[in-house]
Design a binder for this molecule. Structure first.
Ligand SMILES: [Zn+2]
Ligand SMILES: [Zn+2]
Length: 287
């Protein structure tokens, strides 16, 4: 199986590469710029080419970029919406400079305008941003809608909602990013074989299992259906070691790269969580 973490690019992409190598990541996720702003500084070309060469040399991939948290492609407010569409187009361009395989983003929050209006808004935004950045199916970059917890007015916590977005953005290379914490707190009982099997069957029926690009592996602070988006260490939350053994034993999921987004103060936290998930993957009974 492929495992990786969300690495820090404080100190440049070179630093992200250094972290990835030190942690022995098979794959990584990183922000392309500052996650707390929608206007990004220019990418340093020397830094990017060193990063890219390093990833290729170490065979680290896929390279996943996570879009800034401030993006709201469902916003009913015109200024926020326009800023978000431009920021998504900018992220796509940056991903292509970086040679990224996937760009993950949260679909958006409808902020009271309703799920249906929000879905239309999101799909329009994706179409527009891809048009602005000239992204086609041949570009090699795939956009991934993240399955979210459904906190507040978030859209994208059911497979049907994601399907509705994808149907309205047909010409775009678009897939899904699963997140174990979000799936569980959105109400899928993925910690038992029966529950996970049911969720994956539903996923396959509605979206097709092949639409899943990556899995975010996070334990959950909140309980089943709590809609709480708070990650914790692998094995230390409501999913627990036993839940992760079930998830990591599933033969369909084992083919998909797993990326950790667990809390960290330093590299040792990622190191510990990676060691735990790799151990659980070995202990898991494959089914
Ligand atoms: Zn996310
Ligand atoms: Zn996530």
């Amino acid at each position: 199986m492929k495992f990786g973490v969300h690495v820090s690019k404080a100190g440049g992409f070179r630093n992200a590469l250094r972290e990835a190598i030190e942690l022995q990541c098979d794959t990584i996720q990183v922000f392309s710029g500052n996650p707390r702003t929608l206007r990004q500084p220019k990418i340093d070309e020397d830094d990017v080419s060193a990063f890219r060469q390093g990833l290729d040399k170490e065979s680290i991939g896929p390279l996943v970029i996570h879009a800034p948290y401030l993006l709201n492609l469902a916003s009913p407010k015109e200024t926020t919406y326009e800023l978000s569409v431009n920021a998504l187009a900018d992220e796509i361009t940056r991903c292509r400079i970086l040679g990224a395989d996937y760009l993950v983003f949260h679909p958006g929050n409808h902020v009271g305008s309703g799920i249906e209006a929000g879905i239309k808004r999101i799909a329009d935004a994706i179409n527009k941003a891809c048009d602005m950045a000239d992204l086609t199916g041949e570009s090699g970059l795939v956009l991934l809608l993240e399955m979210v917890s459904g906190a507040g007015t978030e859209i994208g916590w059911t497979f049907e909602q994601q399907k509705a977005i994808m149907d309205l953005a047909k010409d775009v290379p678009l897939g899904i990013c699963l997140d174990t914490c979000h799936m569980f707190t959105a109400g899928h009982n993925i910690v038992t074989m029966e529950g996970l099997d049911e969720a994956l069957k539903e996923l396959d029926q509605i979206l097709g299992i092949s639409s899943v690009g990556i899995v975010h592996a996070n334990d959950a602070v909140g309980g089943l259906g709590s809609r709480l988006d708070r990650h914790t260490d692998i094995g230390k939350g409501m999913i627990g070691e036993e839940g992760f053994r079930v998830i990591l034993g599933n033969s369909m999921l084992r083919k998909i790269p797993f990326i950790l987004e667990t809390p960290k103060n330093g590299l040792e936290d990622d190191m510990r969580n990676l060691a735990t998930i790799r151990r659980l993957a070995q202990e898991a009974v494959i089914w």
